[in-house]
Every structure is written in structure tokens, then in C-alpha cells.
Design a protein around this ligand. Sequence first.
Ligand code: AMP
Length: 424
Amino acid sequence: MTLTTRPRGTNDIGPGQIELWHKLEEKIRQVTSAYGYQELRTPIFEHTELFQRGIGEATDIVEKEMYTFLDKGKRSLTLRPEGTAPVVRAFVEGKLGAGSLPVKLYYYGPMFRYERPQAGRYRQFTQFGFEVFGSQDPLLDVEAIMLPLELYKSCGLSGFEVQINTIGCPACRPSYRQELVEYFEPQVEKLCASCRDRLHRNPMRLLDCKVESCQEVLSGAPQITRHLCEECSEHFAQVVDYLDALGVDYKLNHRLVRGFDYYTKTVFEVTSSELGAQNAIGAGGRYDGLVEELGGKPTPAVGFAVGVERLLLALQGQDKLKAEAAGPHAYLIHFGGSTKRRAAEVAYFLRSQGLWAELDYLDRSIKAQMKAANKLSSKYAMIFGEEELGRNRVILRNMRDGHEQEMDLQELEQLAKIIGECGQ
Ligand code: AMP
């Protein structure tokens, strides 16, 4: 059974689906290059400590969701559950901030979290994310919202909502935390076990608890606004100003706090009306303290991560980003023996020109080969008949209109040109 079943919470992405992934990946490359980001590929696993320190010990991810193992050298390693801590590690280790600032990096690849699988939530999933280092400019917080919006729009997605909030900085949070604890303590009986557990360790995390029975208490919770220091307050005001100036539709959500300890100031999340309970299609925020926390020079930063599977689910729900499987440029039909050898030669030539050439490997009848060409939606069939080959010619059949012409095999370039011009 385990031989033929994939592990829970994982997916195979094959023909019929992979075309959409390729299209989306193309869009990601376009939008990141328009915003001046360069790709950074980090290892799939890192030292466990990186995530413990980076994400924070009192978070769901570190407490319950990491795929952690000892390697044969007894080192504790963890399959990356997110991309920011590894990018920061690489930024510090590779001294990527030594040149001109800001530094803009993006990543794309699998992440691993031991979560309860459901629609849109997997144990291995894919994130496209980006990080920009070296500036406190609120315009960069805005850019971190604009870039994913550009991606969503360029895919044709509609019905998404941007939520933003500020969660302050280490200077303003302690008094807010205190107020939250004082607010929650007298009502602790009404809270779920997880909220009770976190009340003293990480009271801000209670704010985004989704458990029904906690909602009444949560809706009356104090907001951070009056605790914000001047800098955080001014920063957020500027973010909002820029968003307004750029005509971005967003909602202020005072209960948006995010599941990572590293965020400071602005946090944001984008949800899609197309999805069910797992409706976040991307999220991010500013994290001005993380580079230093992970051993680098104090460097402000902001980033965002898009959940690729969820984005594709939302797009499929709206029937967007369709990718039709392309067919071969030419299907080379042969009669075996020397005709097969000649067809193979021509196929290799066409392929060397970047054209998709198929031929029969099953010694099928001509009729069956023609059927196969049709089934693959081949644009042309080339028939390598013995008589024609004797004259160094083949029959080229346009599969769309049935038009046939004889072509000279001396002029392979000309043949490739005609076949290539049909597009795919
Ligand atoms: P996070 O790294 O938790 O901020 O998540 C960023 C985005 O990744 C979310 O908005 C989701 O779109 C996606 N995501 C997070 N966890 C999962 C998961 N277990 N399965 C699928 N997508 C996920």
C-alpha cells in the first residue's frame, strides 16, 4: 500500500496540471523582473535552530509542525517550513548586503509543515516569496503588497481582498501585550485550550484564533493603536497614504497578527473569495529585527509569500489561467525498417531546431499512427513512404485542413520553417 500511495498531504503534479504551473511560473518571472528582484535558491533543509530562532519558539510552526530529523552526523536538521529565515540566513552568510541597497531577492519552491491536510492545506506545498533588505521606507511595505497584486491580476484573478495591520515594534508591544493579558485574564474560561496556553507566552497570537467560541471575547479585545510608538504610528500612516494614493483597495484588520514572531510594523494578508476555510493566498510583513537576530548587521526588511497551490485553486475556481496542452509540431509516420531510420533522422533534426517531433515506437499500422497523431493534436503529419523516400521526398499533411504536399528532404531547413510557422 505505501509503495503506491503518496504520503498524506503531498501532491503529484503531472500532465494536465503542470502546464498551469509552468504558466504561473512564467508570470512570476515576469513580475519579479519588472520589480527588479533576483532569484535566490536555498537548501530544502537547514539547521533546526535557524527556524527556532527565526520563526520563534512559541509559534505553531516551531512547536508542532516542523519536519525535524537527526542526520547521520547527529545534526538536527529541519525541512524548511517557510522561506524567509533561509533567505535571511543566506543574505547574512553570503554578505549579500555588502553592495548597493536595497537588495531584492525572490524564492520559489517547496515548504514542509506537519499540518492537518485539507483542501488548500498540504504538508508539502509551494511558495513563491520575495524579500527586500536594507530600507525602512514605507513605500517598500507597499511594494510588497503591489507585487503580489500584480501577479494575481496578471493571472486574471478577481475577488481577492487585501487586509493590513500594524503590530508595532519591540518598543511598543510590551505595553500592548500587558493590556491584552489584563483583558483576557478575567475571561480565560471562555477561551479555547490553545488560547489559554498562549495567553501569557504570546498574547497577540490570540487575536487571530479562529475557534468559534473565542470570537465573542476576541471581538472586544483592545487594539494596538494607542500603544504604537511615534515611529510605528508614522510608518503605518505613510503605508496607508501610499496605498490610498495608488488606489489599492484594502481593509484594516486590527486582528491580523500572523504566525511568526519576526514581524514588526506592517503585516498583510490577501484572501480569495474563491476558497473555503483556507482562503489566504499570500501574506507577509516587515521584519526589521530578524537579520540582526540571525547574526547579521541590523538591517530592516520586508517580504511576502504566495501559496502557489492555493492561488492555482482560486484561479481554477474562476476558470482562469487556462493552459491547453500543446501538441507536437509534426508526427513522423513511417513503415518500419529504412523508413523508420529516415524518419528518426528527420525527427532529430527538427528537434534540434526546437520543434516538437514525435514518431511511432510501437510498430503500429499507418492508420494507428495517423490516429496517434490526431490524438496528440499534432499540427502536421509527415509520411515517410518508401516510394517517396526513393525520390528523397516525404508527404507533409496539414492535420487541420487535410492539405497534403510533397517536400524535398534536401531542404530540411525549409521544411522546419513551414512546420515551425504553424505555432503550437
Ligand atoms: P505563511 O508562510 O504561513 O505566511 O503562508 C503564506 C502563504 O502560504 C499562505 O497565505 C498560504 O497561501 C500558503 N500556505 C501556508 N501554509 C500552507 C499549507 N500548509 N498548504 C498550502 N498552502 C499553504
